[in-house]
Design a binder for this molecule. Sequence first.
Ligand SMILES: [Zn+2]
Ligand SMILES: [Zn+2]
Length: 343
Amino acid sequence: MKAARLHQYNQSLQIDEVDLPKPIGEEVIVKVGGAGVCHSDIHFMKGDWKDILSVKLPLTIGHETAGYVEEMGESVPCFSKGDAVAVFGGWGCGICQACKSGDEQLCNTPRWPGLSQYNGGYAEYLHVPSYRFLVKADGLDPKNIAPLTDAGLTPYRAVKKVRHLLNPNTYSLLFGVGGLGCYAIQYLKLLSPTNVITVVRSEDKAKLAKEMGSDFVINSKTNDVVSEVKKITFNQGIDVVIDVVSSNETLTTGISCLRKKGTIVLVGLMGTSFNLPVVESVLNEFNVIGSLWGNYNELTEVINLAKMNKLKILVNHYKLSDVGKAIGNLESGKIRGRAVLVP
Ligand SMILES: [Zn+2]
Ligand SMILES: [Zn+2]
């Protein structure tokens, strides 16, 4: 089968012909219908995380996969060949405290396809170590729902962590309307009746944020975010910031916009660190929350929202052989929604 593999950090992916393992026991081979292209893939390929994630190259990239069950080991119940499935990417050990509590993406010994020593979905087939990591997606098209396994899942978990803090009197702030931002806006409007303000950097993205349901949009190229937030919220400030970018700059701006008892949720991975002002944080009782990916149950909830036709899913399809073009377009901000490789 064909697979787009990274041979060396900071180099383009190569389309290689590789062997497909025979599934045994609980293992499943999924015929890839779509593989989402994520900013994390770019970080990984550049070697930004090579000291944190020790991986032997070559490796097939891709952690946002959906497809069809192709072949199963002898101990796989409840799936049949041809079933449409979304692949949950937090392949936990199943027995540590995080796994037992349901949060396998936080496993003590995590296995993430395409980001650890397990090959990912930029390929014709994906070898999944257990049927436990598959979510049935009957009626949905894998090439459209692949991004729901990360871009659509990660903001869902973040919004669920803060939905109890939100009501019609509150304001929520988001940075960016990229792969994750599109869904963050939608979940805020679906799960909690809050006023959503989205910060963007172009008129095109401002339009997109409105299409996704944002109540207010601030263009940070032409406006000062903190003073615009003051105007929109009548000096009240922001109750919840969900930062799907988490660059040093967005985090600093986010903190400056919080009202008393405000909460900031760190979701993105763009920055290195941010300075939390000690006195203001205590006097205002700020809350800081980290949120990683999503768990299996949350993925089933997201897939069900898609089945209920509640989600606007924006995808741009690329052939597997055009993986370089897809990555280039993501890096230069040309993608509306998510780029998805279709082998
Ligand atoms: Zn990702
Ligand atoms: Zn575990």
